[in-house]
Design a protein around this ligand. Structure first.
Ligand SMILES: Cc1ncc(COP(=O)(O)O)c(C=O)c1O
Length: 396
């Protein structure tokens, strides 16, 4: 009988001919996924829209962004959430952070598991006297450590739902949100590795007053330029880093010395003019996911099954743990959409896998293998076989 993984993968993979997913071993799904063929129609549509409608194209472009918002509200079970689009999560996080009086409250609580966008920016701000408190990302201790650091000098808590390096899920978002709420501290969750992989109901988890960073380049298959900051509907933050797209309604008013205004709605953290082609492209992907019924539950099931198989086949190889081992041994339910391996030779292994036409990635001593819903069991088998070839032929 056809494996459950293949039932879905074989159904959708024929729709990715441009990326040729059936004939390549694309195991960088945690970094960037293939786009379905229909995405090309979105790009063509964006060109036609610009050509036909000239500067009026923005109405069509904003409608596409609205479709993306609708998708996210559905994924997050979040009918009331607002979603500001940005080119990347860094732009959105900078605008968000600029809302706070960091002179008055210079303390930020974060973890040692954050992606470069947040890490680098906070690290640089530390040189400007921001007090960046880095707690251990370990789910067993994180709540206690965050609680211990909270005082009236904290401006924000900023941490991930799924850690980019290990794949470990932080299961305590609700508890940390409660701590933040009680102490009147804004809480920003980086969910780049959670969206479309690990279902999260904002209503059930009681996260309505939280902020989420969401990116389109990985599991959403939306490509570049489709990141979002989710924020609560009653948000009154006034970002200092603010672009004119944050207040179209005041553009025609005479300029005055009154405080800068922000429109109600989704645009509070917006910047300025951007290339809307990526929204046209992504809107087609949303259509495709709907047609193929790739619901949060279906996606989660597929990633779990694929990572389970990757892990099983990896363990069957019985590699020398001094050479390569699992990055963590927690249960799969506590893991996101990729398999993280640890090896002092991670970069060499990645390079050799690439020579063998297997796409993976390595950061420091971590090698990551990320499937995608269109990856079959046969491709998973091939990837691990090639990994074994490379590992057994290493000449350290
Ligand atoms: C957890 C996480 N956050 C953010 C990003 C991307 O940040 P940016 O949109 O600023 O490039 C990534 C990966 O590329 C990530 O893994």
């Amino acid at each position: 009988m056809e494996h459950k993984i293949d039932q879905l993968a074989n159904r959708i993979s024929p729709h990715y001919t441009h990326f040729d997913v059936q004939n390549r071993l694309l195991f960088t799904g945690h970094s960037h996924q293939a786009w379905p063929d229909i995405a090309l129609e979105g790009l063509k549509e964006s060109f036609s829209s610009a050509a036909n409608e000239v500067d009026n194209k923005w109405d069509a472009a904003f409608k596409k962004t609205e479709l993306l918002r609708g998708y996210l509200r559905n994924f997050y079970d979040d009918p009331d959430g607002l979603y500001c689009r940005g080119e990347n999560t860094h732009q959105l996080l900078v605008s968000w952070l600029s809302s706070f009086d960091l002179g008055e409250k210079p303390k930020i609580i974060t973890t040692n598991g954050e992606f470069h966008s947040m890490f680098r920016q906070l690290h640089r701000l530390r040189e400007e006297d921001l007090e960046v408190i880095t707690v251990d990302a370990n789910p067993d201790t994180i709540v206690k450590e965050v609680r211990n650091e909270i005082d009236d000098r904290v401006s924000a808590i900023m941490l991930s739902h799924v850690y980019f390096e290990s794949g470990i899920i932080n299961p305590h978002l609700g508890t940390i949100a409660e701590l933040a709420r009680t102490n009147n501290i804004p809480f920003l969750i980086d969910d780049y590795h959670g969206t479309n992989v690990v279902p999260l109901s904002i209503r059930d988890e009681n996260l309505e007053d939280c902020y989420l960073l969401i990116g389109g380049y990985k599991y959403l298959q939306w490509g570049e330029g489709n990141c979002f900051l989710r924020f609560p509907k009653n948000c009154e933050l006034r970002p200092v880093i603010t672009g004119w797209f944050a207040s179209f309604s005041s553009l025609d008013e005479p300029r005055n010395d009154q405080p800068v205004e922000y429109d109600d709605g989704n645009q509070r953290f917006a910047s300025g003019t951007f290339d809307p082609a990526s929204q046209f492209r992504a809107a087609k992907v949303v259509e495709f996911f709907r047609e193929q019924e790739l619901s949060p539950t279906v996606l989660r099931r597929q990633y779990l099954a694929q990572v389970k198989l990757l892990r099983k086949l990896f363990l069957e190889q019985q590699f020398d743990p001094e050479v390569i081992k699992l990055r963590h041994e927690r249960s799969l339910e506590q893991n996101g959409g990729f398999l993280a391996l640890q090896s002092p030779f991670a970069r060499t292994i990645r390079a050799k896998l690439m020579e063998n036409k297997v796409f993976t990635d390595a950061r420091g001593d971590v090698l990551r293998l990320g499937p995608a819903p269109y990856i079959t069991t046969d491709q998973i088998n091939q990837a691990i076989e090639k990994l074994a070839d490379v590992v057994y032929n290493l000449n350290p």
